[in-house]
Design a binder for this molecule. Structure first.
Ligand SMILES: NC(=O)c1ccc[n+]([C@@H]2O[C@H](COP(=O)([O-])OP(=O)(O)OC[C@H]3O[C@@H](n4cnc5c(N)ncnc54)[C@H](O)[C@@H]3O)[C@@H](O)[C@H]2O)c1
Length: 391
């Protein structure tokens, strides 16, 4: 998307060394494409895993909405990769536990409370426990729904065990240690994207505030979602691995700490950023997506709490830590400011969203008008798997 990680990403070797210094273990790394079955089978033969935590998918809704090539690439990449893992498990690690990353976005925003995967339903006098209907909002989200169905079916026919993690939106820069434990080894910072396709809401708001750009709310900004900091995401995945289900069981965890509207998030970032001497602004822009901007949202998330998940962060201190980590990289983010505003629209067109309000500061633009952007200082080569012919 022409963006890059706001935080520099250290080399694999540097990250492994830093990881070893904290966790006292040196992971073995293999680089390969999960859609290549030979790669997956070789990996399983070498590792003979007891547990597989599968995060390796394209995570972007906007990317999947660009056009038919991108939609089909995302679906093939995600669904094929997971199918290869399921067959490798059947053939080489049938006792292993699959922890598969799904997304809360699989459920959409029904006008009902959202259970964890399944619900009791009565229809024409008969009752059953059935998968809760999924109403995904992008081709990417549907790829995760298809994955969920495939994982559930594989558990039934192959007797595999799996935890399907409906994860909320993840934010934060720090895997290890609380804010109080700062400084954290920069080699352990996660990658943090801020472009329209791969950046997530709170991460993008922090990057926008660091470089003096307005935080941009899509439409009314009343869309409500579940969020959790990345260190707690790691805690939840660890809990899932440490507490595997029985053979043949397919279980679903809704993994988030709390729900917030997008406006509430922006207000939280604004309060912390102001306190740190920044000049945050919030603006509403045309919503490039087709989604409800006001809706009921009350998902359950008891399974992980029952296993012992304890949220370790309050969002304000995590936002402060993020801003502290991002401020030294102001120039790195500012040089790519033109990737912040969305132009991928759910109707298939490409047009930069205009502002819906009059703004409250210099450079705010006019209602309905796309702002002028400085050209980036440098343009890194874009590697687009579709255009590069990787699939
Ligand atoms: N970040 C979030 O807020 C969030 C929320 C819900 C679910 N998730 C899920 O969590 C997982 C990780 O997401 P992330 O945000 O860390 O994204 P990310 O892009 O940082 O990580 C995904 C990784 O998967 C790799 N990958 C993609 N296709 C692959 C393939 N065919 N073979 C090998 N590797 C492949 C990518 O190179 C990348 O390193 C994804 O499954 C995503 O759908 C993320």
């Amino acid at each position: 998307m022409g963006g890059r990680s706001a935080l520099p990403v250290a080399s694999v070797e540097a990250r492994l060394d830093a990881f070893e210094s904290v966790c006292d273990t040196h992971p073995h790394v293999v680089q390969g494409d999960l859609t290549d079955r030979d790669v997956v089978y070789r990996l399983f033969e070498e590792a003979r895993p007891e547990a597989i935590v599968h995060l390796g998918e394209c995570p972007s809704a906007p990317y999947s909405m660009i056009d038919a090539d991108h939609a089909i690439w995302v679906q093939r990449n995600n669904i094929e990769g997971t199918m290869n893992v399921l067959y490798a498990m059947r053939d080489l690690a049938p006792e292993a536990h699959l922890v598969k990353l799904g997304t809360m976005g699989e459920y959409g925003t029904p006008n009902l409370d959202i259970p964890e995967g399944f619900f009791e339903v009565e229809y024409r006098g008969r009752r059953d426990r059935l998968p809760f209907p999924r109403q995904a909002g992008s081709w990417y989200h549907w790829s995760k729904v298809h994955d969920s169905n495939n994982v559930m079916f594989a558990c039934r026919i192959f007797g595999l065990r799996a935890t399907d993690v409906m994860q909320g939106v993840v934010y934060g820069t720090r895997f290890f240690g609380s804010s109080a434990d700062h400084p954290v080894d920069p080699a352990l910072h996660t990658r943090l994207d801020f472009d329209q396709a791969f950046g997530t809401a709170l991460n993008r708001f922090c990057c926008q505030s660091v470089i003096g750009e307005p935080m941009t709310l899509f439409g009314l900004g009343n869309q409500r979602r579940g969020f959790l900091p990345i260190c707690d995401s790691m805690q939840c995945l660890t809990l899932a691995v440490d507490n595997p289900p029985e053979a043949g069981d397919y279980r679903v965890f809704n993994q988030f700490e709390e729900t917030y509207t997008i406006s509430e998030l922006a207000s939280k970032v604004a309060a912390v950023a102001s306190d740190m001497g920044l000049d945050p602004r919030i603006r509403r822009i045309e919503n490039p997506r087709k989604e409800l901007e006001e809706h009921h949202y009350n998902p359950d998330h008891d399974h992980l709490l029952t296993l012992g998940y304890q949220p370790t962060r309050d969002m304000d201190s995590e936002i402060r830590a993020m801003l502290e980590d991002l401020l030294p990289h102001h120039d790195r983010i500012a040089a790519k400011r033109d990737v912040l505003l969305p132009d991928i629209r759910w109707d298939g067109s490409r047009r930069t969203s205009g502002f819906l309000d009059a703004g409250n500061g210099a450079g705010s633009g006019s209602p309905g008008e796309a702002p002028n952007r400085d050209q980036p200082d440098q343009v890194e080569p874009m590697i687009d798997p579709v255009l590069a012919g990787a699939r």
